[in-house]
Design a protein around this ligand. Sequence first.
Ligand code: SAM
Length: 316
Amino acid sequence: MRYVSLFSGGGGLDLGFEAAGFEPLVCLDNDPIACETLRTNRPSWNVVCNDIRQFNATPYRGADVVVGGPPCQGFSTAGKGDPADPRNFLWKEYMRVVQEVQPRAVVLENVSALTHKRNGDHLTGIMNHLREEGFSFAYGVLNAAHYGVPQARRRLIVIGVRDGEPSLPPATTTEHPATVWDAIHDLAKLEATPSLNHVPNHHAPHVAERWSKLGPGEVDPNYRRARLDPSKPSLTIRAGGGYGPNGNHLGGFHPPIHPTFPRQLTVREAARIQSFPDSWTLCGPKTIQGRQIGNAVPVRLAEAIALHVTKLLDKS
Ligand SMILES: C[S@@+](CC[C@H](N)C(=O)[O-])C[C@H]1O[C@@H](n2cnc3c(N)ncnc32)[C@H](O)[C@@H]1O
């Protein structure tokens, strides 16, 4: 099966599709560092570093599937997203590409907030476009922890098919979800290992002291992030800093606090929680590495979606 990957970022969705036996005809992203990550890890992939608004997809007509997660910064859960943020409208470009490629199936991923009333026009718009293009679709908010990912990350998934009955992948692990400790315990014995994107930050002594007193799941009021509970799936790994006490947007990568050390997770620990393989190198400075990880679809969830799409297409 061949597919077109839009908004590919650091490659989470693509790694899942690869694991399910798909081949990308093109991976598109306008972030040069995300493109560098894709090219470094998969020199054979056709990575196009361009704005989707300038991307002509007609050479890829006939691909089986179009996949992608349009940017979601404007669709905030906290009500802080800007409804006029031009990035909120990039799903229309996704639909234009679908029209040019004429695939048999589409997969669209986004934050669960896209289902909230205030973002409803976008979701309705996506559905109307899919219907106009001749797709029937299933959509819902999936929890990555139900697909073998050590993280309770909830994301909206839309799967559309031109022929046959659409559905979402059934959960595989509801009873004993993978835990934070399963995912990262063996990294504890490693010191800084830049080749593995595993370089702990050094925090000021008063910060480390405060964090050392936090219990599992407890939130630091200043950092506004929790210390992870090692016995549970992780909280969502986010790309940006979220919002500070005054509603100000925090830049950079602000991951949760390590379950046993008084420090932030490293990029590799966050990558493990997103079910990326250790062989996948994240390029760029640490904050940009973290952004690629926080933006990604967990690889194992992506694989479950891709395998499910294969089944739907086999039946159609
Ligand atoms: C949510 S991330 C996608 C993550 C990816 N699906 C994964 O699993 O790793 C959205 C991506 O869209 C890219 N992007 C934002 N605006 C874009 C544009 N106008 N054209 C192309 N890519 C864009 C960003 O650079 C970012 O990497």
